[in-house]
Design a protein. Structure first.
Ligand code: PAF
Length: 278
């Protein structure tokens, strides 16, 4: 598998690929089968697939896990190759940003970031939108693949593409779960056995809320309170229900309801997110 570290080298490789469809799978590495499903889909859909591996400092807050975020490039490249990707693009921070303090940022609208993860991670989505725009430009991709686990991120990226007339088709891919329901995440590697049991409470809470809705429960407070009960023992950041099309607060008259949860799992305070249409 060719691992490319320089933007100029990637541009050289892409020079004679202008007539091809290019799929981009943007990642921060520590690839798991969730990423694997995005890579597979891109390989199916496109002539050429680029997997980017870049732990983006601009989307991490000062007290977050930028330094300890798992970095496993060789392993990632092997998985990308097995799944049929053509190139891994793994730039350094200096290659991507001359100066992170004097950077032109892409800032999603306040209404999209003043809630959920945006509320507890100020600046996070500016960092995501900025790096994703850069990766779109560098890779000249036709399509880009994002997991639905990061539902707010996906919503913001789709909106950015629309608002800025970017010439990229966004392909959302379903959440991949372990047999017991735990959503795959690179941050699951921070969990020990005991914490993993607590981590399972996220998917259990979502499934329970889904069951309640099936039984006709439409009271938002009741649905959130039932989820919160199951989440006891974790440090809940939020349990919310939104309209998945608009990401506005869900109303009983809305057809679809997306429940989203973020919680820190003791003792390492690993912050996990999950969501489900209920
Ligand atoms: O979802 C992620 O892994 C990251 O936020 C992304 C989209 C690769 C941008 O750094």
């Amino acid at each position: 598998m060719k691992i490319v570290h320089k933007i100029s080298e990637l541009k050289d490789i892409l020079k004679d690929k202008k007539a091809l469809s290019i799929g981009l799978v943007p990642t921060m590495g520590a690839l798991h089968q969730g990423h694997g499903s995005l890579i597979k889909k891109s390989v199916e859909d496109n002539d050429f697939t680029i997997v980017s591996v870049f732990v983006n400092p601009v989307q991490f807050g000062i007290n977050e896990d930028f330094d300890k975020y798992p970095r496993t490039l060789e392993k990632d490249a092997k998985l990308a190759e097995e799944l049929g990707a053509d190139i891994v693009f793994a730039p350094s921070v200096d290659e991507m940003y001359q100066d992170t303090k004097e950077l032109t940022l892409v800032c999603p609208p306040y209404s999209a970031i003043n809630k959920l993860c945006g509320k507890s991670r100020p600046g996070h989505f500016d960092g995501v939108a900025t790096v994703v725009s850069k990766l779109f430009n560098i890779s000249q991709c036709t399509r880009a693949y994002f997991g639905q686990k990061d539902a707010q991120q996906l919503f913001i990226i789709k909106k950015m593409v629309k608002d800025l007339n970017l010439n990229v088709e966004i392909i959302p891919c379903p959440i991949v779960r372990e047999k017991d329901g735990l959503a795959l995440s690179s941050r699951n590697s921070y969990l020990g056995d005991e914490a993993r049991n607590d981590a399972l409470k996220l998917s259990k809470a979502l499934n329970y809320a889904k069951e309640l809705r099936k039984k006709g429960v439409n009271d938002k407070q009741l649905l959130c309170d039932s989820a919160l009960k199951i989440l006891e023992g974790t440090n809940v950041d939020y349990v919310e229900i939104v309209n998945p099309e608009t990401f506005e607060d869900w109303k009983e008259t809305d057809k679809k309801a997306l429940m989203l949860i973020a919680a820190k799992i003791p003792p390492t305070d690993t912050r996990l997110i999950d969501n489900m249409e209920i």
